[in-house]
Design a protein around this ligand. Structure first.
Ligand code: FAD
Ligand code: DHB
Length: 390
């Protein structure tokens, strides 16, 4: 099989890149290890920045998002039993975010691609990217029980953190930066209307909790738990009791309980690999970087990478110039490090842990108080949360 751009991975990065290239008249093929049902059910992110919403709409994938997505104009921070709202449009040049689950973004992009192309092969596992420095890199993959070859002009690794594309960058070229955090998130989905109109990020005495949502009838909630936590050790009652404690606030508010339909634990990690390009192989999304989820940046970073990359391929296709392809890695990494910094700040400010010193605890609380008291501090959060310009 032969194509111009071979894309490994049908997560948000790979699917959106394929759509953008297709719309620009550039042919590509997407190889996805898993089944369609698996990628469409994988519970992950839920918040789309304004720029992500605009990009999905512009490429023709915005219909259901516009009908069913919930536009949010702010978030609530809760600490010391008090709540403080950060309003976005007034602090961030009219920008907002949209609650629309990653599962739905993936379903919309898969449906479009299967209807209109380019080719998308499920259960096609990439084994290796070969000859990255040549004019014709190759992806070796297995599909329908046999090993096959995808001949490409370019390869893009959108294959997530556990993918194989990153290994195409030689060890003596690749630099990695990593931080693991001493806690994880236990996430649940519950069939109960959200107890809030906007997301609540809470720092309780015993740790962090987040109240998010998937729809007017489905709540998504997260609890900070120790690394290595087995979700089976958390009964539904234990989860609701702990959420009650962490969201506790003076005044009239209560958390509605309902049947829990899913439970999972996600570890927290920051990871960046540099450069994001080697020869004719490019990396995008989680294949190149991971952020802890507290800032809701992972999916949005994946989308901004492929918007920048699609623009570079289009420029090359129209003019023959490599200029934008050559600047891809540097341009993305500047944004990636801003999101890494923001996610780190949000994570350390909102989580607490037994080993945290009383001094650190006071500093984190002081940052929250500053956000509540200072318009410029709140504006800085709002600008980052709704998305820095491309
Ligand atoms: P992915 O979505 O990981 O897609 C990569 C794709 O490549 C997958 O479909 C995979 O099956 C495929 N693949 C891998 N290896 C191969 C191979 N060898 N051959 C072919 N295909 C391959 N972000 C938030 O903002 N908020 C959250 O709450 C949140 N929760 C998360 C929970 C979990 C468990 C994880 C892992 C991530 C979470 N994230 C969250 C991050 C966000 O979901 C990711 O940043 C986003 O999925 C990145 O998209 P991507 O397309 O780069 O990678
Ligand atoms: C969700 C996840 C996040 O990491 C976040 O910061 C906000 C919302 C969610 O899954 O809804």
């Amino acid at each position: 099989m032969r194509t111009t751009v071979g894309i490994i991975g049908a997560g948000p990065a790979g699917l959106l890149l394929a759509r953008l290239l297709h719309n620009a008249g550039i042919d590509c093929v997407v190889l996805e290890n898993r089944t369609r049902a698996y990628v469409e059910q994988r519970q992950r992110a839920g918040i789309l920045e304004q720029g992500t919403v605009d990009a999905l709409r512009a490429c023709g994938a915005g219909g259901r998002m516009d009908a069913e997505g919930l536009v949010h104009h702010g978030i609530e921070l809760r600490f010391d039993r008090r709540s403080h709202r950060i309003g976005f449009p007034e602090l961030a040049d009219g920008r907002s975010v949209t609650v629309y689950a990653q599962t739905e973004v993936v379903k919309d992009l898969v449906a479009l691609q299967l209807a209109e192309g380019p080719p998308l092969l499920f259960e096609a596992r990439a084994l290796a990217v070969e000859k990255p420095e040549s004019d014709h890199p190759v992806v070796r993959f297995t599909h329908e029980g046999r090993e096959q070859i995808l001949d490409c002009d370019y390869v893009v690794g959108c294959d997530g953190f556990h993918g194989i594309a990153r290994a195409a960058v030689p060890d003596d070229v690749r630099r990695t930066y990593e931080r693991t955090y001493p806690y994880s998130w236990l996430g649940i989905l519950a069939d109960v209307p959200p107890s809030c109109d906007e997301l609540i990020y809470a720092r309780g005495e015993d740790g962090f909790a987040l109240h998010s949502m998937r729809s007017p009838t489905v709540s998504r909630l997260y609890l900070q738990v120790p690394n290595g936590t087995d979700p089976a050790d958390w009964s539904d009652d234990r989860i609701w009791d702990e959420l009650d404690r962490r969201f506790a606030v003076d005044g009239d508010w209560s958390l509605a309980r309902g049947p829990v339909t899913s439970k999972s634990v996600t570890p927290m990690r920051s990871y960046v690999t540099e450069p994001m390009r080697y020869g004719r192989v490019f990396l995008a999304g989680d294949a190149a970087h991971i952020v802890p989820p507290t800032g809701a940046k992972g999916l949005n970073l994946a989308v901004s990478d492929v918007r920048i990359l699609a623009r570079a391929f289009e420029h090359h296709h129209r003019t023959g110039s490599d200029e934008l392809l050559d600047s891809y890695s540097d341009l993305c990494l500047r944004r990636v490090w801003q999101a890494t910094r923001f996610s780190y700040d949000m994570t350390t400010m909102l989580h607490s842990q037994p080993s945290e010193s009383a001094f650190d605890s006071r500093v984190h609380l002081a940052r929250l108080h500053r956000l509540a008291a200072s318009r410029p501090a709140a504006a800085e959060l709002a600008a980052n949360y709704t998305g820095l310009p491309l």
